[in-house]
Design a protein around this ligand. Structure first.
Ligand code: C5P
Length: 227
């Protein structure tokens, strides 16, 4: 059967990665979490002391980008690929609220985007890929056979992210998470380079009131129309 490219974009915590993983598993495709790549670059920037609340040394980051090596390795126990930064598994470290609070600033740097988009093209060159992010249907794979744009209210999304972080044992408040969700929505939608916009030919899925099963069924029906 012919393989296609599935691009899933949308605001943070809209459940993109959940459905992308389900689809990749069902179809036997590769799943690429492009947000994890921006998060890994952010972690690298933090580890080097180039970003904190008051400063961001963009020059240091850009001049060291060639030293950042990001890869994915499938973990059969989890059923998806975990992200590695310079050979080290950073899957857990990249999901903290601290990384979330800086990632949109790092992701707005054109050189960072250029480097990661190049790698994303390479990962999807043979099709059979489900990639989620902010610019997948608009910039990375504008010719993807299926483009989805996921939405849900900021409150619904913040609650989901809050529940995830609490389950992991993080000490945070719902208000902090909601603030972060709103801030990232704003920066991601208003940046000059590859802002988050719905591709003209993307299908919008508002999952505020859909169960995971209902959402999966709806999306799988769409996939079947493209195969
Ligand atoms: O998907 P996730 O919420 O983990 O993405 C983290 C951040 O990475 C986003 O808020 C956005 O700033 C950035 N991002 C991006 N382009 C992508 C994927 C993520 O700018 N394709």
């Amino acid at each position: 059967m012919q393989k296609i490219t599935i691009a899933i974009d949308g605001f943070s915590s809209t459940g993109k990665s959940t459905v992308a993983k389900q689809l990749a598993k069902h179809l036997g495709y590769i799943y690429v979490d492009s947000g994890a790549m921006y998060r890994a670059v952010t972690l690298y920037t933090m580890q080097n002391g180039w970003i904190d609340k008051d400063h961001f040394d963009v020059v240091a980051l850009v001049s060291n980008l060639s030293n950042v090596e990001i890869s994915f390795k499938f973990n059969p126990n989890l059923g998806f690929a975990e992200v590695y930064l310079n050979g080290k598994n950073v899957e857990k470290q990249i999901r903290t609220l601290e990384v979330s609070s800086y990632v949109s600033k790092v992701a707005a740097i054109p050189e960072v985007r250029y480097q990661l988009v190049k790698q994303q093209h390479q990962m999807g060159k043979d099709k059979g890929v489900v990639m989620d992010g902010r610019d997948i249907g608009t910039v990375v794979f504008p010719n993807a056979e299926l483009k989805l744009f996921m939405t849900a209210s900021a409150e619904t999304r913040a609650q989901r992210r809050y529940d995830e972080l609490i389950e992991r044992g993080d000490n945070i408040t719902y208000e902090d998470v909601l603030k972060n969700v709103r801030e990232r929505d704003y920066i991601d939608s208003n940046r000059e380079n590859s802002p988050l916009v719905k591709a003209e030919d993307a299908i919008e899925i508002d999952n505020s009131n859909l169960t995971l099963d209902q959402q999966f069924e709806k999306i799988l029906n769409l996939v079947n129309t493209r195969l």
